[in-house]
Design a protein around this ligand. Structure first.
Ligand SMILES: Cc1cc2nc3c(=O)[nH]c(=O)nc-3n(C[C@H](O)[C@H](O)[C@H](O)COP(=O)(O)OP(=O)(O)OC[C@H]3O[C@@H](n4cnc5c(N)ncnc54)[C@H](O)[C@@H]3O)c2cc1C
Length: 236
């Protein structure tokens, strides 16, 4: 059996859930929060920080799969939110979110793989590198970090209004909206005993990971591409 066949089989066995659009909220001109009603999903799943769903997006009589992070969970109401970047180049998920209205329906498969887990013992600090697409995951990590573990958050600014997005910083955290394509600034400062979590465009993520590996042990760096410049990210 090929790797692709195995991946398809795993996905077919993974649980799927219906999602109903409950409310649509524009966070900025380039980011839309969609609140989904999904009591069945929330009853069946523990939601760890960075937990994400494979959303099946209808497009031209087919469905394509795109990854979105679960955030702002309100279990008592059976609700969670996903923040969709409304990126400049059209894409099925971003276009779907632009047009979404209460009552719209989607299907989601749960097969998230490895999620964020706080190391034991906790590190001296966390370097969190991302952009608006990974900000929901970064916010959930920040909510889970103990107060004693400071975070330095560097977010790649794509649009002037990105800094209006809420970042759940705590008193000892620092936050910069910056250009992550130039890695020097991102990695200056004392990182002794720190861990890093990186999620942004795939090529930029790869470069940041390589640079971080010169400063930190490999096990202290978790990095994942969240989107690919100039190409779709997902399968039919
Ligand atoms: C685990 C995981 C969790 C994720 N969680 C979120 C989330 O919560 N919110 C979120 O917005 N995204 C999230 N993403 C990223 C999202 O899956 C991708 O951005 C995806 O490409 C969007 O699909 P699309 O159909 O809109 O565009 P695609 O069809 O994949 O791409 C079309 C074009 O748009 C460009 N593009 C895609 N995404 C971006 C972007 N973010 N910025 C600029 N250009 C882009 C591509 O380069 C391409 O040229 C996550 C990805 C992963 C792997």
């Amino acid at each position: 059996m090929s790797r692709f066949d195995r991946a398809v089989l795993t996905l077919l066995r993974a649980p799927s859930y219906p999602l109903d659009v409950h409310e649509v909220e524009d966070l900025t001109a380039h980011c839309r929060r969609i609140h989904f009603s999904a009591p069945e999903l929330l009853a069946g799943q523990a939601i760890a920080p960075t937990f994400w769903l494979r959303l099946w997006i209808p497009v031209g009589g087919q469905e394509v799969q795109r990854a979105y992070t679960v955030t702002e969970v309100r279990r008592d109401a059976g609700l969670f939110a996903a923040d969709f970047v409304l990126h400049d180049t059209p894409g099925p998920a971003s276009d779907w979110a632009r047009a979404a209205a209460p009552g719209a329906k989607l299907r989601a498969t749960v097969y998230p793989g490895a999620l964020f887990a706080l190391p034991d013992p906790p590190p001296n600090g966390y370097l969190l590198l991302g952009d608006p697409a990974s900000l929901p995951a970064i916010n959930e990590i920040l909510k889970a970090l103990p107060e004693t573990v400071p975070a330095r958050i560097l977010l790649h600014r794509q649009h002037d209004d990105d800094p209006k997005l809420t970042v759940h910083t705590r008193p000892n955290d620092s936050l910069e909206w910056t250009d992550l394509t130039t890695t020097g600034e991102a990695l200056s400062g004392d990182l002794d005993g720190w861990h890093a979590w990186v999620a942004t465009e795939t090529g930029v993520t790869r470069r940041l990971r390589a640079t971080l590996h010169q400063r930190l042990p490999k096990a202290a760096v978790k990095a994942r591409g969240y989107w690919i410049a100039g190409r779709p990210m997902g399968r039919s």
